[in-house]
Design a protein around this ligand. Structure first.
Ligand code: ATP
Ligand code: MG
Length: 251
């Protein structure tokens, strides 16, 4: 395996009040992987993702992002790992859609021309170019989701993490986000998608991680993992129709 871009080493997270969010979670992500992180509500998916870009820090253990501890250098983790959350309401920071997408690249200290170029390109990629001057909080849930994806595209992060990216999206929205994911993966990005509905992404993922009660209970190729996945509250993908379709959308 090449040098991991993300490494969890016996990571436990205990929330205030003593709730154990993660329990000795260990795994490695190699550059260029496309991983599904699944498990039922409350199993620890979002908590795992938050540890990848130092929004949460381990109570015990270490998370390394391209070899650097998130405890020692959270800014490094945020530069390498871009994140699109399920609840995009919390992610909106700009006065306008364009400002919002510009926020990340501005924090990287890029020149203005480069920022503008990235904002335009990223909004076009999610078909939101015509809404650049709109107020983000007035957008629909699906439109907000697309703006959040554009924000991560504009960061050009090596690793892109999606938390329940399909909730709130209509069929064209699902198509666009899925196409984006596959394109980004083909461009060499590492993709991690947390979802309890693995059907949409099953055809693209090289590996599935299954969480249950804060523990990592399965880690392997989809066909190795799916046969007993229902005991952890995850529906077996009965058809990967969307997955196969995405190739024809890309053509
Ligand atoms: N800030 C917090 N304080 C206390 N407990 C928390 C906090 N955040 C999460 N938890 C608990 O940690 C556990 C894991 O939560 P997490 O959000 O990671 O689950 P999830 O797998 O993402 O669930 P979902 O599918 O509902 O999004 C849950 O039991 C949750 O109640
Ligand atoms: Mg979650």
């Amino acid at each position: 395996m090449p040098k991991p871009v993300i490494e969890f080493m016996e990571v436990s997270h205990i929330f205030p009040g003593g709730i154990r969010g993660l329990d000795k979670v260990s795994f490695q992500v190699a550059p260029g992987e496309f991983i599904i992180l699944c498990g039922k509500n409350g199993s620890g998916k979002t908590t795992v993702l938050r540890h990848m870009n130092a929004l949460s820090l381990p109570t015990e253990g270490e998370v390394l992002v391209s070899g650097v501890s998130t405890k020692k250098n959270p800014a490094h983790a945020r530069q390498v790992v871009g994140m699109v959350f399920a609840d995009v309401r919390n992610q909106i920071v700009g006065e306008t859609v364009a400002d919002d997408v510009a926020f990340g690249p501005e924090n990287l200290g890029l020149p203005e021309q480069e920022i503008n170029h990235r904002v335009t390109k990223s909004l076009e990629a999610v078909s939101m170019g015509h809404m650049a001057e709109r107020r983000p909080y007035l957008l629909s849930g699906g439109e907000k989701q697309r703006v959040a994806v554009a924000g991560v595209l504009a960061m050009d992060s090596r690793v892109i993490v999606f938390d329940e990216p399909f909730s709130n999206l209509d069929y064209p929205g699902v198509q666009q986000v899925l196409i984006q994911m596959v394109k980004l993966h083909k461009a060499g990005k590492t993709i991690i998608v947390a979802t309890h509905d693995i059907e949409k992404v099953a055809a693209h993922a090289s590996r599935v991680l299954v969480m249950d009660q804060g523990r990592l209970v399965r880690d392997g190729a989809l066909d190795q993992v799916v046969h007993d996945i229902e005991q952890y509250g995850v529906r077996r993908p009965c058809a990967t129709l969307l997955g196969r379709e995405v190739n024809s959308w890309l053509a």
